[in-house]
Design a protein. Structure first.
Ligand code: SAH
Length: 473
């Protein structure tokens, strides 16, 4: 066991069991529910918040309560299987040990260890996958798996009987009892070269070395877009950048969306509104040879950090900053995500406007809305309304109504790709600022945008690709 173990206790009976576990496991801490437990190492009042905090910090977790409570508390933040710490539910009387999460980070090993302390048999459910999964997904720290997104299929293929050949030296696999064959269909490649994984191939690369102050390695800075929230909408290059990051910077909400992170990764959460300052901080870190990731939601180039980062570089004459390997990795922007859910309202020419007048004057915004409306562009409004900006959206709606018919379709996408997502289709006549908040993207149809009922309820909305007269088909 390498990660510290957090033992969460909700009852006095659980406390006794926790003490037995703690006595045999180094680096473990007993956390007790404040209102019920006396004598724990630390106390907490909010179970959900506490268990999620330890999960995000990469700590192993033993929850002395039902599997249901544990799963429900962690469900909102599950997603990045690569960085999942071990999580176990243990009956408070010590009669059952159930490994829940962390198959690739040793949960079953920990379950066996705790079960032995308690004198019971652990409820292990993944014995087959464990055999190959642990050794493949858990290389020693000198190596990283370059394409973790392919690992699930790879392991499934192995379990289904395919054989594998190893190219390069993978010392940690020597004892692994893999079905090796020089002509194996599957390939494990160990290389320091930049290669693109082929089908049926897992690539391991040496981990970036600790910077050496004399011959320092080149630092990296990736400005990444997470997409709207759902990890399925995150591009594989972004997932890889997150895996190999040493430092991760961004707003707290996005950091949580991007995590959990391993204990060897440093997270720099910030509420700092000063984008340029954050951009410079990222360069300062990367210029020391570190691998830095700057996190944005959606696409990093759409009202997010990419422009600030490049501007900071433009303004700098520090050669170390210009020597940083900088890349911008795109993401699915909120307008694209909401549009796809509703059909294709942005199917013809459109523009994206931010209604925030923090960085530009309201006059400019009004003018752009009026001109875009006159040009009959479909539009997507980002940052549509907030407490300090209550009157801007009503004014924008007024301008739209001067140019667009009352029945113009409007799509309101809120928290798209996140828990509690909602999507509504209404008309311009019905549009009321009360229906909109900062987590909403507002799509306004052009004069050609139409809607019709879907078989399963709701509407399809689309803007045809032709304009003026429909071409003969
Ligand atoms: N870079 C982000 C946009 C940042 S501006 C992107 O490309 O998506 C923030 C605004 O984006 C929010 O006020 C909201 O209008 C919109 N937005 C971001 N994520 C969203 C989501 N998941 N659902 C709906 N709107 C979202």
């Amino acid at each position: 066991m390498t990660a510290p173990l957090a033992i969460l206790v909700l009852s006095m009976r659980g406390l006794e069991t926790a003490r037995r576990i703690k006595a045999s496991i180094a680096d473990s801490t007993i956390l007790g529910l404040e209102s019920r437990i006396e004598g724990a190492d630390e106390n907490f009042s909010d179970f959900g918040g506490t268990i999620r905090e330890h999960y995000r910090s990469g700590h192993a977790i033993a929850a002395l309560c039902s599997a249901g409570i544990t799963i429900r508390s962690l469900a909102p933040i599950l997603g990045n299987k690569g960085a999942e710490p071990p999580v176990l539910a243990i009956a408070d009387d010590g009669s059952t040990v159930v490994p829940l999460l962390g198959g690739t980070t040793g949960v079953n090993v920990l379950a066996r260890q705790i079960a032995q302390i308690l004198g019971v048999t652990p409820a292990i459910t993944t014995s087959g996958e464990l055999r190959f999964g642990t050794c493949l997904l858990n290389p020693p720290p000198e190596f990283i798996l370059k394409n973790p997104e392919d690992a699930k299929t790879f392991i499934a293929d192995l379990l289904a009987g395919k054989t594998v050949r190893i190219e390069g030296d993978a010392p940690w696999l020597r004892e692994a009892q893999l079905p090796l064959d020089d002509d194996g269909e599957l390939v494990i490649r160990v290389t320091s070269a930049e290669t693109t994984p082929q089908k049926g191939e897992l690539i391991f690369q040496p981990s970036p070395a600790t910077p050496d102050p004399v011959g320092q390695r080149r630092g990296r800075l990736a400005v990444i877009g997470l997409g709207p929230g759902d990890p399925d909408y995150m591009v594989p290059a972004v997932k890889r950048a997150l895996q190999s990051a040493e430092d991760v910077l961004g707003y707290e909400t996005y950091i949580h969306m991007a995590g959990p992170f391993r204990s060897d990764q440093t997270v720099h959460m910030t509420d700092n509104r000063e984008e340029m300052q954050r951009a410079r901080h990222a360069f300062e870190l990367a210029a020391t040879g570190r691998s830095v990731v700057m996190v944005s939601s959606g696409d990093p180039g759409v009202f997010a950090m990419a422009a600030a980062v490049i501007e900071a570089l433009h303004e700098s004459d520090n050669p170390a900053w210009h020597g940083v390997e900088l890349e911008i990795l795109p993401g699915v922007s909120a307008a694209m995500a909401a549009a796809s859910r509703s059909g294709a309202p942005l199917g013809h020419d459109f523009c994206i406007l931010s209604l925030s007048d923090n960085l530009k004057s309201w006059e400019v915004i009004e003018k752009r809305i009026a001109l875009a409306a006159e040009a009959d562009l479909a539009m997507a409004f980002y940052n549509p309304i907030s407490k300090p900006r209550p009157w801007q959206l009503p004014r924008a709606i007024e301008i739209l109504r001067q140019h667009r018919a009352p029945e113009t379709p409007i799509v309101l996408g809120r928290d798209i790709g996140r828990p509690g997502e909602t999507l509504r289709t209404i008309t311009l006549a019905e549009l009321d600022p009360e229906q909109v908040d900062m987590r909403t993207v507002v799509i306004i149809g052009s004069s050609h945008t139409r809607r019709f009922g879907r078989a399963g309820g709701g509407d399809w909305v689309y803007t045809p690709r032709w304009y003026g007269t429909k071409p003969a088909s």
